[in-house]
Design a protein around this ligand. Structure first.
Ligand code: ATP
Length: 301
C-alpha cells in the first residue's frame, strides 16, 4: 500500500551527482555556522544538500531584498528560516522555489538547477507560499483532485491520498465545502495537503502555522515530523522562535537581506539561553527601545 507519506516511490534521482564536500559559505557570523556534514552527524558520509544557494541577489528598485546570500540546507531535516519583518525570507523562498527570478545567483534543489531545469525541480518540491492563492470555487476535495491530476498521479491514487490527507488534517467534514468558505487555518491545511499530495522530496512552507489553532498546529506538526522522518526535507519560514526551537534541526537566521548564521539549532543558539535571545543578538535587536519613548501612552487622558 502506498500510504499517505509512503516514500517507497520517492524519486531519488535528484540525490545523485552532487559533490560530497559542502564548503561553508555563510556570509556573516560564520563562527557559529556549520556544514550539513556536521548536522548529519560529523563522521558519516554527508548527503547532498536539499537546497544549495549561491550568491543569490534580488532588488526591487532601490530596495535590496536579498543581498547575495549563500545557503546549504541539509536533506532529511526540518530547516527553519527565521528573520525579522522585511528580512528577505519570502523573497528568498520565492526565488528558491522558482516563483521569482533572481537578479543574480544560482539555486539547486535536490541536485537540479531551479532556473536551468525548472520542470525537474517542480516535480520534486511542494510549496505552501505566502498569501496562498487557491481555486476558491472548488471544494477542498475537488482542489486536491485537480492538483493530483496536474501532478500526473492516477485518479484512484489521487482519491486515496486525498481521503487520507483530508482525514489526517481534520478536513474530512469540510471536504465538500467551497474553499472560499474555508477559515484561514483550513486554507493553510488544504494548501498543505495540496503541497504534499505528490510526496515531494522537499517541502517549502512560508509561515505554515500563522492563523492556525493549536490543535491544527499539533496535527500539522505531526504530519511534517512523519514526513521528515521518511528522509524528506521541510524548509519553513517563521517568526515564532519557540516553534522553530522545538521543531527544527537546522536554522538559518536572516536580517536585512543577509544570512547572519546558519547551522544546527545548537550551533546557532550558541551560549545564548534560547534561540530567541540568540536571534535578537544576531539581528542586532538586543536593547532596542521597547516603547519607553512612548511616555504619553498610558498617561493621563
Ligand atoms: N514585490 C515587491 N516590491 C517591492 N519591494 C518588495 C517586494 N517584495 C518584497 N519587497 C521588499 O523586500 C524586502 C524583503 O521582503 P520579504 O517579504 O522578503 O521579507 P520577509 O522576511 O518575508 O518579511 P515578513 O516576515 O514581514 O513577511 C522588504 O523590504 C520588502 O519591502
Amino acid at each position: 500500500m502506498v500510504g499517505l507519506l509512503d516514500t517507497s516511490k520517492r524519486d531519488t534521482e535528484g540525490q545523485c551527482g552532487m559533490p560530497e564536500h559542502v564548503p561553508d559559505r555563510t556570509a556573516e557570523r560564520t563562527e557559529r555556522a556549520a556544514t550539513p556534514e556536521a548536522a548529519a552527524g560529523g563522521a558519516r558520509t554527508a548527503a547532498p544538500p536539499a537546497v544549495r544557494v549561491e550568491g543569490l541577489w534580488k532588488t526591487f528598485g532601490e530596495q535590496v531584498a536579498v543581498a547575495g546570500i549563500d545557503l546549504d540546507l541539509p536533506a532529511g531535516q526540518f530547516v527553519g528560516l527565521v528573520g525579522p519583518n522585511g528580512a528577505g525570507k519570502t523573497t528568498t523562498l520565492s526565488m528558491v522555489t522558482g516563483l521569482l527570478r533572481p537578479d543574480m545567483g544560482r539555486v539547486q534543489v535536490a541536485g537540479h538547477d531551479v532556473w536551468g531545469d525548472p520542470a525537474a525541480v517542480k516535480a520534486r518540491i511542494g510549496v505552501l507560499p505566502e498569501g496562498l492563492r487557491l481555486f476558491e470555487r472548488l471544494s477542498g476535495r475537488e482542489l486536491l483532485g485537480y492538483t493530483g491530476r496536474l501532478r500526473g498521479l492516477p485518479g484512484d491514487e489521487v482519491d486515496k491520498r486525498a481521503t487520507q490527507l483530508l482525514d489526517v488534517l481534520d478536513l474530512a467534514g469540510s471536504q465538500h465545502k467551497l474553499v472560499v468558505d474555508y477559515s484561514t487555518g483550513m486554507r493553510k491545511k488544504i494548501g498543505l495537503a495540496a503541497a504534499l499530495l505528490h510526496n515531494p522530496e522537499v517541502l517549502f512552507l512560508d509561515e505554515p502555522f500563522e492563523g492556525v489553532d493549536p490543535v491544527s498546529a499539533q496535527t500539522i506538526r505531526g504530519v511534517l515530523e512523519r514526513y521528515t522522518a521518511s528522509g524528506a526535507t521541510v524548509v519553513f519560514s517563521s517568526h515564532v522562535m519557540e516553534l522553530v526551537e522545538s521543531l527544527c534541526d537546522w536554522v538559518a537566521v536572516m536580517a536585512a537581506g543577509r544570512i547572519r548564521a546558519q547551522g544546527t539549532l545548537a550551533e546557532v543558539r550558541g551560549d545564548a539561553p534560547s534561540l530567541q535571545s540568540a536571534f535578537l543578538e544576531l539581528v542586532g535587536a538586543q536593547g532596542r527601545d521597547t516603547g519607553e519613548s512612548l511616555d504619553w501612552l498610558g498617561g493621563a487622558r
